[in-house]
Design a binder for this molecule. Structure first.
Ligand code: MEV
Length: 320
């Protein structure tokens, strides 16, 4: 084999949170699903220069790994694998990174990019033990910590496992259960075009929780109960109830102050156009909202309404 032509490639999907964002940070259950049509990709090629490079043209990045600071997310993803493999000297490779997942949109772009780098580098190093979903998720979690201090672990889990998951943050081990979807669920995802900072939103919720523990405990409990009921509704195909629970969950997220005028008006527009339910998805304050639709006709009506209400873009994803 010509060593300069060898290529290793791995990808990871974006994600949506169906139920339980924010409350999941406080140990309540949540449900997330991958968006397989939007992916981050890492390609590794041997390099003729004596260094490991990270190249991300979309981010205008072309750096030597050794020059990057400890809090650089792309470098940290690569270093996680090298450390886990006990490799002190990085290989002479170029890691090309690209992503179709909009940044700061609540769709897990940071987690997906990290997971793609981690999986590709583990493959390149021929370390199957570092390529399991569990290890990719755990190593991605370490990178997630620099996006915000106290990630629940749900984003890295769903992008690494690429399955709908039921997730509970707990010690000594998080509860991670892939589960069945009885009837395919059609979601319209709409982007407010407003950047969403997970770190800021999670930090604000933390401050409010500390100032008003009783109120926020009640809010988190309500979100946890909704996720619990929603899982059963998803497993039994009760789509009317799933929709109602989404809208109810949005109300609690408003009380947490993580919605925004843009998110609220997209939720209202989707519901007015006939969606079965709608809510923000992810950290909120901006980013994306999701609406559950019954069929293609409803999808068209809802997507049109969302564009009229100011959505920057919409896409449809089917969960099955
Ligand atoms: C972000 O996708 C989900 C949050 O609940 C944060 C987390 O779980 O780490 C807002």
């Amino acid at each position: 084999m010509n060593k300069f032509s060898a290529v290793t490639e791995a990808t990871a999907p974006g994600k949506i949170i169906l139920f339980g964002e924010h409350a999941v940070v406080y140990g309540r259950p949540a449900i997330a699903a991958p968006i397989s049509q939007l992916r981050a990709k890492a390609i590794i090629t041997y390099s003729s220069s004596n260094a490991c490079y990270i190249v991300a043209p979309d981010l205008n990045r072309h750096d030597r790994l050794q020059d990057l600071p400890p809090d650089d997310a792309l470098a940290l993803a690569a270093r996680q694998v090298l450390d886990a493999a006990h490799i002190a000297q990085p290989p002479d490779v170029t890691i090309y990174v690209s992503s179709q997942i909009p940044i700061a949109s609540g769709m897990g772009s940071g987690a997906a990019i990290a997971a793609a780098i981690i999986r590709a580098l583990a493959m390149h190093l021929n370390r199957p033990d570092l390529q399991t979903n569990e290890r990719v998720s755990a190593l991605t979690y370490e990178v997630e910590k620099i996006h915000h201090g106290t990630p629940s672990g749900i984003d890295n889990t769903v992008v690494a496992y690429e399955q709908p998951i039921w997730f509970v943050r707990q010690l000594p081990q998080n509860q991670i259960e892939p589960f069945t979807v009885a009837t395919p669920l059609r979601f319209v995802v709409a982007d407010t075009g407003v950047p969403s900072s997970t770190k800021i939103a999670v930090g604000d919720v933390r401050r409010q929780y500390e100032a008003q523990p009783a109120t926020f405990t009640e809010i988190f409990d309500a979100c946890g109960r909704i996720a619990q009921t929603a899982r059963l509704a998803i497993e039994t195909g009760n789509i009317t109830q799933i929709g109602q629970l989404m809208t109810e969950n949005h109300g609690w997220l408003q009380k947490m102050t993580v919605s925004s005028p843009e998110l609220d008006s997209l939720v209202e527009a989707a519901l007015a156009a006939g969606a079965l339910g709608a809510k923000l998805s992810g950290a909120g304050r901006g980013g994306n909202m999701i609406a559950l639709v019954a069929d293609e006709a409803m999808e068209t009506a809802v997507r049109t309404a969302l564009h009229h209400a100011g959505a920057r873009s919409t896409l449809t994803t089917i969960l099955q």
